[in-house]
Design a binder for this molecule. Structure first.
Ligand SMILES: NC(=O)C1=CN([C@@H]2O[C@H](COP(=O)(O)OP(=O)(O)OC[C@H]3O[C@@H](n4cnc5c(N)ncnc54)[C@H](OP(=O)(O)O)[C@@H]3O)[C@@H](O)[C@H]2O)C=CC1
Ligand SMILES: O=C(O)C1=N[C@H](C(=O)O)C[C@H](O)C1
Length: 272
């Protein structure tokens, strides 16, 4: 650890992503774990964050006081739940720090609150922090721009582990938005998120979704472009959560010297 290290707080420290973030911070030069947060009453309060994450003892105990932690930190890495992320964004704005948000399943109302917080915080938010998925979104946009809607149907298929609580995944929605951008259509009105029963024939130009859940799948996504007699499939398979954690740490580092605002991983990766 050096004096210039970026001091990061991990919220949701005991979660699948929280633990992965702690391990990745420990393995990354230029950043240091300043604090680890779980909700009040959690059985993990007082435990050593490194031990919790399987990274050995690091001398940072898990606490339930985010504001206290944020005031003396430079960034917060947040993969928790929508209501928690909204609260953390307000606190990050008070502390004028970087807030990297990976939480998915957020509502339009939540997004408006993030926009408000981004007047003071530097928010980087994405449904997927990996380089591979963000590249995939660029390719999906290019493909839908090149292939006419009349002959090419777009379907997005995703599979995740059995514990995931939101659907379609944040990544599937991100890919759908990229495909809609390529087509020049309104994603909100042209997406078909669920099909059941006698649905009628597929409306031309829509973007369809299919959600699979099971086992320990980290995250698989495919963008299928279905034409007459041919199929183009663009896909990504996440094998390890560290791809998301490394992206989140890179995002915090990137945002360190930026103005308050709302940024995406495409901005961080120079793909926007
Ligand atoms: N953008 C990306 O690249 C990625 C996004 N994700 C998203 O990240 C989120 C978390 O995923 P995952 O780690 O698998 O989920 P987990 O359920 O394993 O972890 C979430 C953690 O956040 C904690 N938490 C929830 N609310 C609060 C609160 N108010 N204060 C403090 N801690 C809180 C939970 O505690 P408790 O159990 O007590 O509720 C839990 O420890 C999901 O929305 C997921 O979709 C995941 C991977 C990559
Ligand atoms: O909940 C998860 O696990 C994941 N969530 C994100 C999503 O909703 O797309 C990213 C990744 O696929 C893992």
């Amino acid at each position: 650890m050096t004096a210039n290290d970026m001091k990061l707080v991990v919220v949701g420290a005991a979660g699948r992503m929280g633990q992965t973030l702690i391990r990745v911070i420990q393995d990354t030069e230029g950043v240091t774990l300043h604090a680890a947060i779980e909700r009040e009453g959690s059985a993990f309060i007082g435990k050593d964050a490194g031990e919790l994450a399987g990274a050995g003892t690091i001398g940072v105990a898990v606490t339930s006081d985010p504001l206290q932690a944020f005031l003396d930190a430079e960034g917060v890495l947040d993969f928790t739940a929508p209501d928690a992320s909204v609260t953390f964004a307000g606190l990050a704005a008070q502390a004028r720090i970087v807030h990297v948000i990976g939480t998915t399943g957020c509502s339009t109302d939540d997004e408006q609150k993030f926009e408000a917080s981004a007047r003071h915080a530097r928010i980087v938010k994405s449904g997927n922090m990996s380089l591979g998925v963000n590249l995939l979104s660029v390719l999906a946009e290019q493909a839908t721009r090149a292939l006419p809607a009349a002959g090419w149907d777009v379907e997005i298929v995703e599979m995740h582990h059995k514990h995931k609580v939101d659907a379609p995944s944040g990544t599937a929605l991100l890919l759908g938005e990229a495909a809609a951008k390529g087509r020049g259509i309104d994603f909100a009105t042209q997406s078909v998120r669920v099909r059941d029963g006698h649905t009628g024939a597929r409306p031309v130009g829509t973007i369809g979704f299919a959600t699979l859940r099971g086992g320990s799948v980290v995250g698989d996504h495919s963008v299928i472009l279905a034409g007459e007699g041919e199929l183009v499939t663009l896909s990504h398979s996440a094998r390890d959560r560290s791809i998301f954690a490394r992206g989140a740490v890179a995002a915090a580092f990137w945002a360190r010297d930026k103005k308050p605002g709302h940024y995406s991983m495409l901005d961080v990766l120079g793909l926007s």
